[in-house]
Design a protein around this ligand. Structure first.
Ligand code: NG1
Ligand code: MG
Length: 538
């Protein structure tokens, strides 16, 4: 299984460049060497010695399956060429143990210095690897700060591998460079966290032996790490950034545990990303957007369980459960550990469940199809205190009306679309006469509609850009990532890409004046890139 593989460590740059593949966005055959060499040279200039490693993690484009990873349903991302690179090396040993100097080639991200401290117990998000005492780093969860992602990556490494008694973490110098646009839905944040996690692992000698982490373990670690920034995300981005390869997209699912399957895309299918240029600041808006979706989805799962007669753990004498929609679905159709639902059965169950969504619709909606906090608490069957402890104490959210019906319906429908998308790709790969692109396009359009109307994570510019893409001949087009801005992804015939890009450029006002590299930064074709890796200087 793809998640069991070990993390690639290269000692030969040509092999590494080959693994990264050719670029769709640069004319030169080896577009990589310039960036990697430049980063190394700058490191030497700034820190006075060569780095010992460079860690790389790519951004990703999610082709379908939005806002369902945290309900533990599968998504379908591919890694993209745009990535984060971190050159790193130990500082002289007289520095503070574990102290970090983090510098960035982009001048707008100012140099940061910080050091971890040992605290009696973990102060952040609970983490199974944190022992009685834990390492602590101050992370600002109210503002978007670039070093927060560096600290988040460091957190897991510190608390998994170091105690106050054994060997201490080495002090490190880091130099960052990146090509994933921030706030564009292409997951610069996960690329930052994954690359940082890898850099700290590498400098501390934790990748040296063959018993080092598997890709799956790195994903789990990066997932925990990224939560420290204040967004309660699922694992889609980290899985894509770590596990993807140049030949395929990734079907990744999270129940009962992380499972990743590489799936080839049909020949002649090119995915074009177009950036609305509306920057989505997920951290600042987390309480009314992303984290609110997480809470709405979880509460919907509890209410649905009660209304379908699905048993919660506490009814069998267990602890109060924060059940997910995936778990409710499984229990509803009698899934057990031994009879885990296959893709076909899961799709059938999802379709049956979508029919049940009326159960979540209020007779007298307080607002649209939404309900107030009071109604929601009543529906949950919990006291106000119990409800707060289970659903609100670990996350900050705000809404007048909570949309349980719309969110749950989105999740089940979208999860079914992902399975259909996967099926079409597999079918097209096994039968040369099957094209598949029209069908994939239709599924992407359905997903966009659901994100727009039920998940409410679109915005006027995303709707405009997807429509322009369809008018310009795309098979399908949708928003990608958490959204409320950021990018669209469109499925386009390989031989029509240039024409497509021209048409969209003419249609979308913010693109009209752009040319050359500035245009390529906002609308570009992608093909799957390879996942995270490390280069070791010898
Ligand atoms: P982006 O696009 O990186 O903000 C977020 C979440 C994912 C997933 C998608 C929506 C993070 C790190 N990632 O992605 O887990 O829920 O939104 O499908 O927050
Ligand atoms: Mg992100």
């Amino acid at each position: 299984m793809a998640a069991q593989a070990s993390i690639p460590i290269f000692t030969n740059l040509n092999e590494l460049y080959q693994n990264l593949g050719t670029s769709l966005n640069h004319a030169s055959v080896s577009p990589h060497s310039e960036r990697w060499n430049n980063l190394t040279e700058e490191y030497v200039k700034r820190f006075g010695r060569k780095p010992t490693y460079i860690a790389r993690a790519p951004g990703r484009v999610n082709l379908i399956g939005e806002h369902i990873d945290y309900a533990l349903f599968g998504a379908f991302p591919a890694a993209i060429e745009q990535d984060i690179l971190i050159a790193c090396g130990p500082r002289d040993t007289s520095s503070v143990p574990g102290g970090v100097v983090a510098d960035n080639l982009l001048a707008k991200y100012a140099r940061q210095e910080f050091a971890p401290s040992i605290v009696p117990k973990d102060l952040g998000v609970p983490d199974e690897h944190v022992h009685v005492e834990g390492w602590h780093l101050d992370i600002d969860t109210k503002k978007l700060r670039w070093e927060s992602y560096v600290k988040a990556g460091y957190y897991g490494v510190l608390n998994r591998y170091f105690t106050s008694k054994g060997a201490l973490p080495v002090p490190v110098d880091l130099l960052f460079t990146g090509t994933v646009p921030a706030g564009s839905g292409l997951s610069s944040s996960a690329a930052m966290v994954v690359a940082s996690t890898l850099a700290f692992l590498a400098v501390n000698g934790k990748l040296d032996d063959s018993s080092a982490l598997t890709k799956g373990e790195l994903v789990e670690m990066a997932m925990q790490n990224e939560k420290r920034v204040g967004v309660n995300s699922g694992g889609l981005d980290q899985a894509a950034s770590v596990i993807c390869t140049t030949s395929s997209a990734l079907y990744v699912t999270f129940f009962p545990h992380l499972f990743a399957q590489l799936i080839p895309l049909p020949p002649g299918a090119v995915f074009v990303c177009a950036n609305t240029l509306v920057v989505s600041d997920k951290v600042v808006h987390a309480r009314t957007r992303y984290n609110l979706r997480v809470v709405e989805t979880l509460v919907a799962a509890r209410v649905l369980a009660r209304r379908l007669g699905v048993k919660l753990q506490e009814e069998a004498g267990g602890k109060r459960e924060r059940v997910t929609l995936r778990v409710v679905l499984g229990r509803w159709v009698g899934e057990t550990e031994e009879t885990e639902l296959g893709a076909e059965q899961l799709k059938a169950a999802l379709e049956k469940m979508v029919e049940k969504m009326e159960l979540l619709k209020p007779d007298n909606a307080d607002g649209e199809e939404g309900v107030t906090l009071e109604t929601m608490i009543e529906w949950s069957g919990l006291s106000k205190e119990e409800f707060t402890e289970t659903y609100l104490s670990w996350v900050d959210v705000e809404a007048t009306y909570f949309q349980l019906y719309k969110r749950a319906k989105h999740v089940f429908q979208e999860a079914a679309l992902v399975l259909k998308f996967r099926e079409v790709c597999l079918h097209a790969a096994s039968a040369p006469d099957v094209d598949g692109r029209e069908e994939l396009g239709a599924l992407m359009n359905a997903s966009h509609a659901s994100c727009r109307d039920l998940c409410d994570c679109s915005c006027p510019e995303l709707n405009e850009l997807t429509q322009l893409a369809l008018d310009a001949g795309a098979y399908g087009s949708r928003l990608t990532g958490a959204a409320w801005g950021g990018c669209t992804v469109s499925l386009v015939a390989e031989d029509k890409v240039d024409e497509f890009i021209k048409k969209v450029q003419q249609g979308y006002a913010p693109f009209r004046e752009l040319e050359g590299d500035s245009l390529k930064e906002v609308i570009f074709a992608t093909k799957p890139s390879s996942g995270a890796c490390v280069y070791k200087f010898e």
